[in-house]
Ligand binder design. Sequence first.
Ligand SMILES: NC(=O)c1ccc[n+]([C@@H]2O[C@H](COP(=O)([O-])OP(=O)(O)OC[C@H]3O[C@@H](n4cnc5c(N)ncnc54)[C@H](OP(=O)(O)O)[C@@H]3O)[C@@H](O)[C@H]2O)c1
Length: 349
Amino acid sequence: MTLSVAVSGASGYAGGEILRLLADHPDVEIRTVTAHSSAGQRLVAHQPHLRSLAHLELQPTTPEVLAGHDIVVLALPHGQSAQYTDALADTPLVIDAGADHRLTSAEDWAAFYGGEHPEPWAYGVPELTVDGVKQREHLRGATRIAAPGCNASTVALSLAPGVAAGVIDPGDIVSVLAVGPSGAGKSAKTNLLASEILGTANPYAVGGIHRHIPEIRQALAAAGAPRDGIRLSFTPVLVPMARGILATSSAPIVEGATDAEIRAAWEDAYADETFVELLPPGVFPRTADVLGANIASMGLAIDRAANRVTVVAAVDNLVKGTAGAAVQSLNIALGLAETTALPVNGVAP
Ligand SMILES: NC(=O)c1ccc[n+]([C@@H]2O[C@H](COP(=O)([O-])OP(=O)(O)OC[C@H]3O[C@@H](n4cnc5c(N)ncnc54)[C@H](OP(=O)(O)O)[C@@H]3O)[C@@H](O)[C@H]2O)c1
């Protein structure tokens, strides 16, 4: 049976990547695409690389246009999704790429986003350990799914195995990320002009204010860290690459943990995972190696002089960081093969 899909935010970066992946999905038909200021225009005017969807025109994003599909994917600026989700009560599966339904804590929502706290949905990172099982168990049969923040899932995947195994101390985590500007969306912003980002690295949201911090804390608490015992210093740095995240995260080694136990924590967590790879000792990923692929690639170092474990992870923010996570979660929720329509190979150079 072919399932009908509507994708909102289809003129944007996340919506475009969701469409690129779903265009090759054998079980779905992309029936409707919606946008805001671009409604009424052809999809390919905004996404010229999506040639197989050239017949589609962008509709206005309204509950009426989104209703009547088997699946609705929302890829809107945060704060915009919740207004549609009530009206989609009859839609069998709704996936939100925005932040609206990710946080379980109303306190965190108030502190980092503000306004009414929307209902939390199943978190779309299947490989994370949650209460001793993989998050994919919570996604089976799910009808409402919150795709992750790209930086958040990259850091959470980097550290959750060590937290779950009790070999790193979540009380002193430091994460510094090199991120590409597509993570900030397609709408024009002065700080994202080529003249502002080419040839320079720009730190932003420094000092504990980035909105992905509570999402990472939530994921690490689910992996087994005491909620009030997580201390995370998180610093993103905008660098001149269109896509990609390179996250370098470190945490202290718990006393008595051996090198073998530390490495085994990550090996055991990801040995059976198709979309998360742990590289051999001494090998670390580059963002170029994951572009276009639904892959989180990571290398791990045990720094005894600093008494810390350092994990370097590379993710394509638009694939494993958003659209790939959404489609992977969709597959699990619907009982399809988890790998359907998800590339493991990237594009290089
Ligand atoms: N970019 C990433 O790497 C990434 C990663 C993870 C999660 N996300 C999340 O995905 C969502 C979309 O991000 P993006 O990067 O794709 O942003 P974007 O490129 O700026 O696209 C935003 C989309 O939303 C539409 N839109 C804007 N205001 C709207 C409104 N009031 N009502 C309905 N539609 C509206 C826009 O339509 P018009 O162009 O027609 O105005 C456009 O299609 C965000 O919540 C973001 O946090 C993004």
